[in-house]
Design a protein around this ligand. Structure first.
Ligand code: ADP
Length: 483
């Protein structure tokens, strides 16, 4: 494969409004060869000219110190890119500001060397492939030279000339950068150049306009005194941190949105299955030629599937109640043994063939501080999961008091849960790989609800498991205080 397809498709997909100003090349990129090699060669030639120019005494020691400072700032900015909404993550560095300032104040040669060093140091530090380091560094060298040339043409020794020079330098840098990027992307993906360039310009225009203003401010301040220019560090760091914060918040929102979509898909699927059975059974019942036995079997399907529907809707309502904080527990003193025995007995009445269910307990487990309805709900959920996910074997429900806590456990000999999934199964909507759950229906809400309920009763819940041998879901609740 040539360029990293993932990054490229993100970079150019208009639907997702992504763009990037950085190039992600890998060495095997054939199609992009015709672009990155000339850019790298031109960049190398430009760099050689720039070094020659600087070495032939065109800068003072003071200028040298200023250039080193700008190179350090540009390298840091390049190493810590700012995530900007609408522009690909990790793609917008504020380095452009420092490189444009360097080009305006110290000229094209300084900007070329600074651009090369900032980009090459960061890309080499990240161990990028040679083609990518060469192309990206080449782009910065050429953009730096263009910026220096544009600035020089407008400077007349006045403050106005300096500011206009900085603007021209920024535009030149931006145009070279974005054009070369669009060239390599379109080449590697075999798409048309003009629309790609237009899309880049549209997506990056606003952040770049802001950076251009910052570059002008930096140049003007720097011209007065490089020390005064340090005041820009505060607003720049604050902007970068704020952008990161916004980006984090929006990413969380997007993730939430994705989960909601996934939830709708799962729920529709889960609703459709029992509804189809109920509908089919009802249609068959309408034919009055059925014998007693067949009629009974169909009625049973209807009642089982209707119960499943109602459980599903209960789960959904519970999640909504828990998420909106409307499910506060009413904590009281609860005798755990009768409650657990009741759940075990109720499950035994409909235990599938091949499964056995036992209750193992201390002779007199202490009372717990809990909400009895919520405690029952958690137990029912864990026992029903054990039944649902085991084909055969023994299910053991345990009840033991220890260290001021009472531990409830449900052990089965089902498929087990791989170590990497043991925390994830408690997440909302999370279900194991469909092959591992062997097509058993569910919404992935049950264990999420259990964890929320146990947390709200100041307990903790977890799972231990040996894949292929079984799982043990346990939770602990505090012993009720003696009053
Ligand atoms: P659901 O059962 O509706 O899918 P849960 O939240 O109860 O949702 O369970 C989440 C996932 O954890 C299940 O999809 C299943 O893959 C796994 N799981 C739960 N209980 C067991 C168990 N006893 N044995 C094996 N896997 C289980």
């Amino acid at each position: 494969m040539g360029l990293s397809q993932h990054v490229w498709s993100r970079a150019l997909a208009p639907a997702s409004s992504r763009s990037t100003q950085r190039v992600h090349l890998d060495a095997s990129s054939r199609a992009a060869f015709a672009v990155w090699v000339p850019v790298a060669l031109l960049g190398a030639a430009g760099l050689a000219l720039a070094v020659g120019w600087l070495a032939s005494g065109h800068i003072t020691w003071n200028d040298g110190a200023g250039i080193v400072l700008l190179i350090a700032a540009a390298t840091l900015a390049e190493a810590f890119p700012v995530p900007i909404e609408g522009v690909a993550v990790g793609s917008t560095s504020l380095a452009t500001i420092f490189l444009v300032a360097g080009a305006t104040i110290y000229g094209w040669a300084a900007a070329a060397v600074a651009g090369f060093l900032a980009m090459a140091l960061v890309e080499l530090g990240r161990r990028r492939p040679f083609s990518r380091v060469a192309f990206n560094s080449g782009v910065y060298v050429l953009a730096g030279i263009a910026a220096g040339g544009a600035a020089a043409g407008l400077q007349d020794g006045t403050l106005r000339g300096l500011a206009l020079g900085a603007i021209a330098a920024f535009i030149a840098f931006y145009v070279v950068d974005i054009t070369l990027l669009a060239a390599v992307v379109t080449r590697s993906r075999g798409i048309a150049f003009p629309p790609a360039l237009r899309s880049y310009l549209q997506l990056t225009f606003v952040p770049f306009a802001v950076m251009a203003s910052l570059a002008v401010i930096l140049v003007v301040l720097w011209d007065r005194s490089p020390f005064v220019a340090v005041v820009l560090v505060g607003p720049l760091v604050a902007t970068a941190l704020y952008q990161r914060w916004i980006h984090g918040a929006l990413s969380r929102l997007r993730e939430f949105d994705r989960l909601k979509d996934e939830f709708i898909t799962i729920v529709s699927h889960e609703l459709r299955t029992p509804l189809t059975s109920v509908y089919g059974a009802a249609l068959t019942l309408e034919q009055q030629t059925l014998d007693e036995e067949r009629t009974q079997a169909l009625l049973e399907i209807i009642s089982t599937e209707a119960a499943r529907l109602s459980r599903l809707l209960d789960d959904i309502l519970w999640v909504s109640r828990l998420d909106s904080g409307r499910a506060r527990p009413f904590i009281t003193r609860v005798e755990p043994l009768p409650l657990t025995a009741e759940v075990v007995d109720a499950t035994r009445t409909h235990l599938p063939h091949g499964l056995s269910l036992e209750l193992l307990h201390d002779s007199a487990p202490p009372d717990v501080a809990a909400d009895p309805d919520k405690l029952r709900q958690v137990l029912v959920n864990l026992v029903e999961n054990a039944v649902k996910y085991s084909d055969e074997g023994r299910i053991e429900v345990g009840l033991h008091g220890r260290n001021g806590k009472v531990r409830f456990s449900v052990r089965d000999e089902g498929p087990g849960i791989p170590p990497s999934q043991r925390e994830r199964v408690f997440e909302k909507f999370y279900r194991l790989d469909p092959n591992m759950t062997r097509g058993v229906g569910g919404t992935g809400l049950g264990l999420y609800i259990c964890r929320q309920l146990i947390d709200s009763m100041h307990g903790r819940i977890w799972v231990e498991s040996v894949p292929g041998e079984g799982s043990t879901f346990s939770f602990e609740l505090p012993v009720a205080r003696t009053s």
